[in-house]
Design a protein around this ligand. Structure first.
Ligand code: ATP
Length: 327
């Protein structure tokens, strides 16, 4: 399939009456990227995705695919396909018929659509269950069918709205590995909406963090994680502390903090919680300004010199580990 076309959002805006759901966002998705739109509930992720798909009208701005303005085209003419949160399979059609449904509506002949459906089912490893009805499938299997149904249209861009949220945690981890594998194989752009940081970190080449209808930060996944620009991004990605110091706010990863004797350490405080996490121990201390700071210690480090709630403790870090945050 392989996508050659970049997708560009230009001052893209969505208003529902007085609510600004998406506020003039501009972003370029390079062809063949696995991108995650990440942010808390209500930040405008789904509205953005639905505008790209053409299931929601664009209030202002434009969506360009390979330089062509697709903002006002019908969904089927855009070169995008959406895999829905609810799998929305037709209950009375078999797996193969569900996958072939779109081509059937477009008047593709029976032989061609059966062949294409079989190819797609092979791609998502569902060939053996082609003749089953959706009710006879597990959640994960229904999801594969939904994927096959979206991919049969040969989209340049596959849009996925919280595709893993209905699955149990075990299946979610398995399906996310499969999504990644599929994207690598097809080399088309995937834009995946999620509010799960772990999911975004595990899957994405690039993450776009949204907050309050705007893009707060976007970039290669590791760059964003390593250098969150704002307190919001640092907190939302997790694994970071946001600490107010006299010289300004910094973000510092919990695993970059070291315990020291209180005397002479950059921060002094008292331990308020010790949480055993198996390979690690999360130790939280209350420091100057009533701030909670969490250090993630390896189990070996912690149990080499165990500490308890109420003890005084010093916290230190390598200067290079601190990220100054935008005010
Ligand atoms: N059809 C609609 N009519 C009015 N307001 C809407 C509509 N759809 C969304 N909104 C509002 O627009 C804002 C953004 O919603 P959107 O669904 O895009 O957010 P989201 O980040 O996808 O959230 P979630 O993760 O909860 O799905 C919210 O304030 C929401 O209440």
């Amino acid at each position: 399939m392989r996508s050659e076309l970049d997708l560009e959002l230009v001052s893209l805006t969505k208003r529902y009456g007085d609510t600004v759901a998406v506020d003039a966002i501009t972003h370029l998705f390079h062809a063949g990227t696995y991108a995650c739109l990440l942010g808390p509930s209500g930040c405008g992720k789904s509205s953005t995705l639905r505008m790209i798909a053409g299931h929601e009208s664009v209030t202002d701005g434009a969506i360009l695919l390979g330089g062509r303005d697709i903002s006002r085209l019908q969904p089927a003419l855009r070169g995008t396909a959406m895999m829905f949160q609810s799998y929305a399979l037709f209950p009375h059609l078999t797996v193969a018929e569900n996958v072939a449904f779109g081509p059937r509506m477009r008047g593709v002949d029976a032989k061609t659509r059966a062949r294409r459906a079989a190819e797609m089912l092979d791609l998502v490893e569902m060939t053996a269950l082609s003749d089953r009805l959706p009710a006879q499938l597990s959640g994960g299997q229904q999801q594969r069918v939904a994927l096959a149904r979206a991919l049969i249209t040969e989209p340049q861009i596959l849009l996925l709205d919280e595709p893993l949220s209905a699955l149990d945690p075990f299946l979610r981890v398995r399906m996310r590995a499969e999504l990644r594998k599929l994207q690598r194989k097809l080399q088309i752009t995937f834009i995946h909406v999620t509010h799960g940081q772990d999911e975004a970190l595990a899957l994405a080449d690039e993450i776009v963090v949204m907050n309050d209808a705007k893009i707060e930060q976007a970039g290669p996944t590791r760059d964003v994680f390593e250098a969150p620009a704002t307190a919001f991004v640092a907190r939302f990605l997790g694994s970071h502390n946001v600490i107010a110091l006299p010289q300004g706010q910094i973000a510092i990863r919990a695993d970059e903090l070291r315990l020291r004797p209180a005397e002479g350490a950059r921060l002094q405080g008292r331990i308020t919680a010790v949480e055993y996490q198996g390979t690690h121990v999360a130790l939280t201390a209350s420091v100057a300004g009533n701030q909670d700071v969490t250090a993630l210690l390896t189990d070996k480090d912690f149990f080499g010199a165990p500490k308890d709630v109420g003890e005084a403790v010093g916290l230190d870090w390598d200067a290079r580990a601190a990220r100054a945050l935008e005010a």
